[in-house]
Design a protein around this ligand. Structure first.
Ligand code: SF4
Ligand code: SF4
Length: 727
């Protein structure tokens, strides 16, 4: 749970999590195993198509939530169920406490329910003098430890067998071994009598079927069946978004839920409950059955054009499973009640700004959550939108306001970068081991302490835009007329990447333009929640390039490319600019795809027999742009001996301003990446992103590693044969 009052306190809590060796190891093991399990579970299926169907069906349900509720109520009540509706979390808790009072219940057993976690139901019932026992193994463990879940599906994933054995030894008063099977037996023995003694069972619901009034429960331990059948009273608590038209829609979700959550084709138990059932423990032989629907802001959300998408979530937890930040710090620091990417968003809506304001800054924007989301939610974008809302409500931070002001005026912004070139002289210069990088010898005070995990590059003496007029070739009968989008990092820090790109285009009849009025793509502004200026700079770039004259707009930075591709999303409410943004975005392509798929250069253009090269796939290239094969093929074409390394598509920890805000997390993510690079045995690491070059080269250099780092354009230019042009 979030207790930090400000970013400083939050960073300290995150620091403690980073210092927890066991937690780090447990999360790391899980993060490595999960992708294979998921891939295996979806093997032979069109996962993308299934996710798209789920997204569409959930959107439809969310836009008819009220009608579905009325239909469900009518059908459930006809089957003897009492249906309640709570506007707030407190109201839901009170309704359930009232049921307990009216039904004279004292002992409650509960199966897993994130909605009950959301309302802090246990605290409320315990304060009313009721005894509540969690019966899901993980939930029982964290209940005994008086803490919240660290994962939505696996709530005790942060604990070791030894910790659980210690806990169970205290509970039972005798020493318990640290063997999983024996510990499960202890839990079974301790919990069995609680089911028998319970007067009330509380469950959640994965599905509420409007056309029948039935609910569906998806579990692995069988405890939910005991909870919902043995006690004489059953209360199911469900968020309104669980309403779905029919079993058909629920089964579609069921195809993805366990596969995405735990890599299982199906869970051990799927339980459907319709209407009142017979119950020997009840006086009239009939179970008293209640369903409480929780609103808590869901109706308002369903009407919000942007955030209604969030209600698609099926609570599979996969967005945490793949998150590099969650992998480092675990759920207690990466959520409040709800965990992971969706947790960052829901915390704002369900638990308020104060709990969410630090969390939403801790997203590196790697897009991994979006890529696995079972409901196709654009989670990174939503997280940034929440950040922007919080900034608008609380006032924008000074650094964010300054950045926004500077970037809104291109001439001023570029003027600043040019002057910074002189200012940096006072920090001295050192050169990277491979003579490709120029670093600050001393870090500015602001960056001196926690940023020492890598070298910080210097701004180039001459930006690319000043060199371009001399580099431009006159091309007769061009095959392609392209606009180069530089981006701040390529233009001012690494002009050599763009120059190398020009070198590879030589002889290929590519007519290159570099519109001088182009400016920052706007991604740093999005990261800071400065959406107004983000839209302003987008308009400047759209004006700078004329898509009618260009075949492509080429980016050497995939973060820029994927942000430019997303420009139409910035103008959803402005049809005129939306159209212009779409025309612009349609022309955007990354450097590697252009060379591989359009220029189709062959091995004959490059010296063969080059060194062993590993490839780091930038987040915004593989997930943002969906490009996987082109760069790896290019390495082979370019004469390199491509060696595969572990987790090529996992983030390197850069994330632009993220690495300045959360340097300790950035450094830990980088450490794993550098280990993988060195283990691969490669002499060279090639990537497509200037940010990744900065992070990885700076990290390797700091380690004293011999592995060199190159942008793909440099790697190709270094092995390109002179001549050999396209006819
Ligand atoms: S974008 Fe990356 S860092 Fe941010 S929540 Fe998603 S997975 Fe985590
Ligand atoms: S946001 Fe997507 S990935 Fe995350 S829990 Fe919900 S459905 Fe699963």
């Amino acid at each position: 749970m979030q207790k930090a009052h400000d970013l400083k306190e939050y960073r300290e809590e995150v620091g403690q999590a980073l210092d927890n060796e066991f937690l780090r190891k447990a999360m790391d093991n899980f993060a490595r195993a999960y992708p294979q399990g998921r891939a295996k579970a979806f093997a032979g299926m069109d996962a993308a198509a299934l996710i798209a169907e789920i997204a569409e069906a959930k959107d439809e349900s969310v836009s008819h939530m009220e009608e579905l509720y009325q239909e469900f109520k009518k059908n459930a009540e006809a089957a003897g169920v009492k249906v309640h509706r709570a506007r707030t979390a407190a109201e839901a808790n009170e309704i359930i406490a009232d049921i307990a009072r009216e039904e004279n219940c004292k002992n409650i057993v509960k199966s897993k329910s994130m909605t009950a976690e959301e309302t802090l139901l246990n605290h409320h019932l315990e304060a009313e003098g009721l005894q509540v026992t969690e019966t899901d193994l993980g939930e029982w463990i964290i209940q005994l430890r008086h803490e919240g879940p660290t994962h939505m599906v696996m709530p005790a994933i942060h604990l070791s067998r030894d910790q659980v054995a210690g806990l169970f030894s205290q509970v039972t008063g005798s020493n318990q071994p640290n063997e999983v099977e024996k510990l499960v037996k202890v839990a079974r023995r301790e919990l069995r009598q609680r089911y028998v003694d319970a007067d009330m069972g509380i469950s959640g619901a994965n599905f509420c079927l409007a056309d029948s009034g039935a609910i569906g429960l998806v579990t692995n331990e069988g405890n939910a069946r005991l909870v919902t059948t043995l006690p004489r009273v059953h209360v199911a608590l469900a968020g309104l978004e669980k309403l779905t038209p029919s079993l058909h829609d629920a089964l579609r979700v069921l195809k993805a839920l366990p596969r995405n959550a735990t890599g299982q084709a199906i869970t051990s138990y799927v339980t459907w409950i319709k209407g009142q059932s017979e119950c020997k423990a009840a006086e009239d032989n009939k179970k008293s059955y209640h369903i409480v629907f929780l609103d808590n802001g869901r109706t308002a959300m369903s009407k919000d054009p942007l955030f209604k998408e969030v209600l698609r979530c099926i609570r599979c937890g996969a967005c945490a499973n793949v998150c590099p930040v969650y992998r480092m710090v675990g759920g207690h620091q990466y959520g409040h009640i709800y965990i992971g990417a969706i947790g960052l968003i829901l915390t704002y809506f369900f638990h308020g700004r104060d709990k969410a304001k630090n969390l939403v800054k801790n997203c590196i924007n790697c897009q991994a959550c979006k890529a696995v989301c079972a409901a196709g939610i654009d989670l990174p974008r939503m997280i940034k939108e929440v950040l922007a809302r919080i900034q608008d409500e609380e006032g924008h931070e000074l650094e964010s306001r300054l950045l926004s002001k500077a970037m809104s005026n291109r001439r001023f912004f570029h003027g600043l970068l040019r002057s910074a070139r002189y200012a940096q002289k006072m920090f001295g210069t050192k050169t990277s081991a491979d003579h490709k990088g120029k670093y600050q010898r001393h870090l500015p005070m602001l960056l001196s302490k926690e940023h020492g995990f890598r070298e910080i590059p210097k701004l180039a003496d001459t930006p690319f835009r000043d060199k371009f007029p001399k580099l431009r070739e006159k091309v007769e009968h061009p095959r392609y007329v392209v606009g180069l989008f530089g981006g701040c990092a390529e233009d001012f820090l690494y002009p050599e990447h763009l120059e190398s790109g020009m070198e590879t285009f030589k002889g290929q009849r590519v007519d290159v333009r570099y519109p001088m009025s182009q400016t920052c793509c706007g991604l740093p502004l999005m990261m800071m929640g400065e959406t107004t200026t983000e839209r302003d700079v987008a308009k400047q770039n759209i004006r700078a390039f004329d898509p009618a004259e260009l075949d492509y707009i080429i980016c050497h930075c995939p973060s820029c490319a994927s942000h430019l591709k997303g420009y139409p999303n910035l103008f959803k409410n402005d049809p005129e600019w939306h159209l212009l943004a779409q025309r612009f975005a349609d022309k955007v392509i990354d450097y590697s795809s252009f060379v591989q798929e359009e220029l189709e250069m062959g091995k004959e253009h490059f010296e063969q027999g080059g060194p062993r090269a590993a490839y780091h796939s930038p987040c915004h290239l593989c997930r943002g742009m969906g490009v996987h094969e082109a760069p790896r093929k290019l390495l082979g074409t370019g004469g390199y001996d491509y060696v595969e390394m572990k987790e090529e598509e996992v983030c390197c920890g850069f994330g632009g301003t993220y690495s300045v805000k959360f340097p300790r997390i950035s450094s830990q993510i980088l450490k794993t990446k550098l280990d993988h690079i060195e283990e691969s045995g490669a002499d060279l690491l090639v990537t497509d992103c200037p940010g990744c070059v900065m992070q990885i080269r700076g990290g390797l250099d700091k380690r004293g590693s011999k592995v060199k780092v190159r942008h793909m354009s440099e790697a190709l230019a270094e092995r390109k044969k002179p001549g050999g042009g396209h006819p």
